[in-house]
Design a protein around this ligand. Sequence first.
Ligand SMILES: Cc1cc2nc3c(=O)[nH]c(=O)nc-3n(C[C@H](O)[C@H](O)[C@H](O)COP(=O)(O)OP(=O)(O)OC[C@H]3O[C@@H](n4cnc5c(N)ncnc54)[C@H](O)[C@@H]3O)c2cc1C
Length: 718
Amino acid sequence: MTMAAEEVTGRRRGHPLLQGRRRERYTHGLHPAQMDALRAMCGALIPSLLPVVDRLHGGADDDHDGRGDQQMAGASKDDLERFYLASAAGGTIPHEVAELVTRCVWEAVVLVKIVLWILTTKVGTFALCGRLCVTSKFPYVCKFADMPVERREEVLKRWNRARWPLKITFVVIKILCHYAFYTMVNENSEKPCWKAIGYNIPELDEPRGGGTTEARPSSPRPLDAGVVETRGLNDTTLLRSLEDKGVAVTTQQDDTWSAHHHTVRCDAVIVGSGCGGGVAAAVLSAAGHKVIVVEKGDYFTAADYTSIEGPSMDRLYEKGGIFCSTNVTTALFAGTTVGGGSAVNWSASIRTPETVTREWAVEHGLPVFASPEYARAMDAVCARLAVTDGCREEGFQNKIIRRGCEALGLKADAVPRNSSEAHFCGSCHLGCPTGDKRGTDTTWLADSVSRGVVILTGCKAERVVLESCKPGRNGRRKKCVGLLATCSGDGGITKKLIRIEAKVSIAACGALMTPPLLRNSGLKNRHIGRNLHLHPVSMAWGYFPPENKLMIAGKCYEGGIITSMHRVTDRTIVETPALGPGCFASLVPWESGRDMKDRMRRYARTAHAFALVRDRGAGQVDGEGRVRYTPSKDDVHELRDGLRRTLRILVAAGATEVGTHRSDGLRLRCNGSELLSTRLLAQKLTPMVLRWWRHTYLGSGVRGCTLGRMSVRSGVPT
Ligand SMILES: Cc1cc2nc3c(=O)[nH]c(=O)nc-3n(C[C@H](O)[C@H](O)[C@H](O)COP(=O)(O)OP(=O)(O)OC[C@H]3O[C@@H](n4cnc5c(N)ncnc54)[C@H](O)[C@@H]3O)c2cc1C
């Protein structure tokens, strides 16, 4: 970024784009009457509640000792009172929710708009809410926005139990409302309710950018020698910047079609700077080729990252982190910044197991994966990323996995990471603020720019350019001669397209974005976008009260994200996620406004762990932001078994309450070991992993999809 990042000074640190400035205007287009209905929904989901004074003093917590929660959070009575009194109906939160709704799949947007519209009328409210909107005063029926908050809450509870379409409306608004409420920060990049839930932005013990020589804030940024940041550049300044980097540009001055482009020539153009694109740029440039990388995201470094969940998700993730399958059951995550997924992933750097490489070679006819070359390539990647499985100190959630496994006599393995042994950062998923995690942005791309590679950021490849040619030996009549890209996205002011002509064009935009690029280019192969494999994930949680002295110390968001794992089967593992307050609140079940606030108050001491499955079933990418995905029956079985094992591990580690993300909030109070070996536990846990349609999955690690006849896998071993 051209704007200099601030050093760690007080609260306002990092890059302005990652600090969470107020939006200047809203573009959601909802009518004021629809906004009233939405505000009323937000107010019922997160209502203003009179704090139960006894609870704040630890006397009347219906499930646990509230005093412990308060001490753990370091929150004063005032903090807790303010938290319970805060409502999502206030301020700009409903507008933020409306804005987030527009990022969902269009079917969900239309559905939500229609439901809100119906709720603006009395008849419509009666149709959707029934007798709950009937009053004793003339005209005896009121609109949703005029209903008392308790009745609105009752309506939402019913919708939560309903099926399509009210269930979907409920799920969308519930997720987005909680996400907006817990991630929106004030002008000091703070959120008053964080104190009450025991959260604060982790202070940095490790120096910013201190982990790698490449990322020291005082030195030039690792990619400065090659990066051209197109945000804010106009056509003239863009040309000048490209020429400064040694790229010759031609622009036609007549009125032919080519006058609408700046034309640039190179040996190879690569779309995407993630795991695949970054390594390809380094390898090709090392072989002496002139390479240009086109990346639609922005360039940030360790000194820029703020670890503030809302703005960081917004800038670093595809669709600002609000990306789900078209059936709204699976949340998808993909990085979109320089470094791609490697800049935000959870650092687990597991070599492709031999069983998998053999399967690719034998069953999919790709012998290269079983060859020594592939093993050598893996060695080279691990060496450059300095992958280590040492970890000096584990965080709260990983300690729990380890303790639970030990208690059950199960094996917990160390997980290799691309960061140092001392790395204790829980916010690598929002860009590692210490600079210790080695993504492509600090390694392979840094090597590339030192060899003359140019990286265009804020530059989106729209289509590859195909030209007719004489049919060759392979019978193809068209060849790819480069691509067309725009720099006029968010903040860009260039008017012309960039045409990059190259002998070789590489699409490395990840499994979700590569198929749309190929289809937009006119390619018709019916296999494009098919066989999408995700790593479906289903989560369980366990609450560990802080007052028990034998209990593991720490908070759920502290420490390396994945340092321990348990292997359930060849296809299923148990690991731990990174969940900031926003993601946590959107995922955990909502039973009522008060219950949700009680759950959030226990945020810091609620550990999550997930079962992750190497899926047999497959989904399909239909277009940009349109992904069809439903786990197959076999995968659901694996997920259930994995989830059951995850719950047992949490119980064995000493959780006093466990649950899944089943939307009705079913949970089990437990007392550690007494339940471990009994059938009772199995009986009690089983309902939590059943009734599958009520669960939400995460597809966090996109594994690959078909791009024609060959199935490609992501650059990072999965
Ligand atoms: C939150 C999260 C956690 C993860 N944790 C792990 C982990 O612990 N271990 C692990 O092995 N894997 C993990 N993964 C998965 C891993 O990061 C991905 O498999 C890997 O990044 C895929 O590499 P890629 O090169 O295919 O695509 P990406 O790394 O996603 O890179 C694609 C790049 O292309 C850019 N792009 C897309 N379309 C265009 C376009 N039209 N024009 C220009 N640029 C474009 C994107 O902005 C992006 O930067 C995680 C992923 C996520 C999202």
